[in-house]
Structures are given as C-alpha cells and as structure tokens.
Design a protein around this ligand. Structure first.
Ligand SMILES: Nc1nc2c(ncn2[C@@H]2O[C@H](COP(=O)(O)OP(=O)(O)O)[C@@H](O)[C@H]2O)c(=O)[nH]1
Ligand SMILES: [Mg+2]
Length: 321
C-alpha cells in the first residue's frame, strides 16, 4: 500500500528541520546571509508549510449518508444523523494540547463554544443563528491538517450557501460527491456536478446504500454513474454500504490520500522548497570555506550543524531522485 500521507509528512518535516538548521547556522555564524531577503525567503517556506490545510469537501443530496460517511472516515459518531443545516468543518485537535469542542460561529459574529457531546442537542432553531460550525476532534484521519467539510443537501442550498460551497470545492484538496444507490445520478445531482467539470480530477464519486438494491443491479449503477457524470475512468468511483463489513473505506481513504498528497501543485511546491534550501545551503558552505581550517575545527558547533545538514541533504537528494 502506497503511503502518500507518510511521504508528505516526511518531506514536510525534512524541509522544516533543514530550514531551522539553516536559520540557526545563520544566527550563530553571523553570516552575511542574514542581510537581504535570504532569511525571509526560507522563513516564508517554513510558514507556508505550517499554514497548509487539506480540505475534503463532502457534498450530495439529502439523506444519502454524508454525515454517516464522515463519521466512518473519522471513526467516531461525531456528526448528528439529522439534516445538516450549516457548513460544518471537522478539524483535528490533539487531546494533549487541545480540547474536543465545537465552535458555533454566529451570523452576528459572536462565537459560542460547546462540548462535542452537546452537538446532538442543537435544534433547528439554535442553528438558524449559526453561519458555520467548527468541530475539533482527536482523530488519526485528521492529523497533519486534514479538514473535512460537511455540507447541507444540494437540494436545500440558499444562493449564498451554493456560492460558498463552490468556493469550498475550488479551494479543496479533494471533493467527495455522495449518491444513494436507489436514485444515483438523478437530475439534481447531474445539475450540481455539471458546472464542476474542472474539479473532476479531485472528485471521488461514492454510491452509498448499496444494501438497498439487488446485487445484479450493480452493473447498471456503474454504467449510469459513468454516463451521467461523464466519468473517464472508474478509478474515482466507489460503491458501498455502511451496513456491509466489506465496504471500501480503506480503498477510498487510499484514493483520497493519493488525490491530496500526490497533487501536482503540492509536489511542485515541495521540489521548489528543496531547491531553495539547497541554494541557501550552498551559499552558506561557500561562505564557510573562506574561514580558516583552525577556526572551523575549533568550533564544535559548526561541526555539529554541518553533520546535521549533511545528513538532511543526503536524505533530500535521495528523495529527489
Ligand atoms: N440502508 C442504508 N442506510 C444508510 C446508509 N448510510 C446511511 N444510511 C442512513 O441514511 C440516513 C441519512 O443519513 P445521513 O448521514 O444523515 O445523510 P446526509 O443527510 O447525507 O448527511 C440515516 O438514517 C442513515 O442511518 C447505508 O449504507 N445503507
Ligand atoms: Mg448530514
């Protein structure tokens, strides 16, 4: 099994620590590189990687099982199984440093914090004042800045919500469009997907509730999905039922991580970061060569940093191959 996320985390950690080492080196050696824009260039890279989040937007008709599906993804019964009225972000909270709470962002700009176990008790009336929700949860799936966005049914979206969801999908690292086997590919669904063609390479189509139909209808559903949504391959198409033990959740997670972490733009960013770090390292080494050997030998600190750097860059070069 390909470990797309692990590979990304490794790259990110390597980039971050290489930058920290370079910054430390510049600080200790009072390098000329401190002047000019050099420091800010690599600091910006570090900042960009620390700010990243990977949004997975889940959309679909009412009652197709979006909230149930998300609960399965994060492995907790966190979302209430009743119609979702407002956009709901589910983010990671490390329990050692954080809390499992829900923040209600009200339309009047107030923010209310409640315990997650009170989520089920929010009435439609309570939610009428809410613009969006943010749920913090300790879940392995959400680690490394994965954020899931649950959305109201595509049938009940106000104009504002519809535009908002379009923006969400545009910004998202991945989009999951959920259908129900008993009416997969209906007109409302086709209409919704029609103007989202440019996002098809990051969209996964999941037909849920396969338990509701006869096994021999499976072929028909696959054909209908390909036809109605103009799918070029079935790589991004999954059929499942929450009630079946052999549901393809592992395959879906794997495909999701591939879409998110093997993304061309992200890979380019990583390669660029390595290139910039290498350039800075070369500049530092060049400066360092101007020192006398004694100076260098007497300085245990430089020796340690050099070792750190060499180890890091050896790993990086292997990675770039
Ligand atoms: N038969 C069947 N029911 C399901 C399945 N997945 C979810 N449901 C049910 O469908 C209903 C709507 O689910 P929910 O997650 O709230 O749908 P949402 O409106 O899309 O978020 C609930 O009663 C779920 O228990 C499934 O695979 N098979
Ligand atoms: Mg829901």
């Amino acid at each position: 099994m390909e470990e797309y996320k692990e590979k990304y985390i490794e790259n990110k950690n390597e980039i971050t620590s290489a930058i920290e080492v370079i910054l430390e080196y510049i600080k200790q050696s009072k390098s000329d590189l401190k002047l000019g824009e050099n420091i800010s260039e690599i600091e910006k890279i570090k900042e960009a990687f620390s700010m990243k989040d990977f949004k997975i937007v889940v959309t679909g008709n009412n009652g197709v099982g979006k909230s149930t599906f998300i609960n399965t993804l994060v492995n907790q019964n966190i979302l209430p199984i009743k119609p979702t009225k407002v956009l709901t972000y589910i983010k990671h909270s490390d329990l050692i440093h954080g809390f499992e709470v829900t923040k209600l962002y009200l339309k009047n700009k107030e923010i209310i914090t409640i315990d997650n176990d009170k989520l089920n008790r929010l009435s439609e009336n309570d939610l009428s004042e809410v613009e969006y929700l943010e749920i913090f949860l300790d879940s392995n799936f959400l680690k490394e800045d994965v954020v899931i966005v649950d959305t109201p049914s595509i049938m009940t979206l106000s104009k504002v919500q519809e535009e908002n969801i379009d923006t969400q999908i545009k910004e998202a690292a991945a989009h999951i469009f959920l259908c129900s086997a008993d009416h997969a590919g209906c007109t409302a669904e086709v209409d919704f997907i029609q103007d989202k063609e440019q996002y098809l390479n990051k969209t996964l189509f999941v037909v849920n509730k396969m338990d509701l139909i006869h096994p021999e209808e499976e072929e028909e559903i696959i054909d209908a999905m390909i036809m109605n949504f103009d799918l070029k391959t079935t790589e991004h198409l999954f059929l499942m039922s929450i009630h079946n033990d052999d549901n393809p959740m592992i395959a879906i997670k794997q495909q999701l991580e591939q879409v998110i972490f093997e993304d061309d733009k992200l890979q380019k960013e990583i390669a660029e970061a390595y290139k910039t770090i290498n350039r800075h390292y070369a500049l530092l080494m060049k400066e360092n060569l101007l020192k006398t050997n004694e100076e260098l030998e007497n300085d245990a600190f430089f020796k340690k940093i050099d070792d750190d750097m060499n180890a890091l860059f050896k790993k990086m070069r292997n990675n770039l191959k």
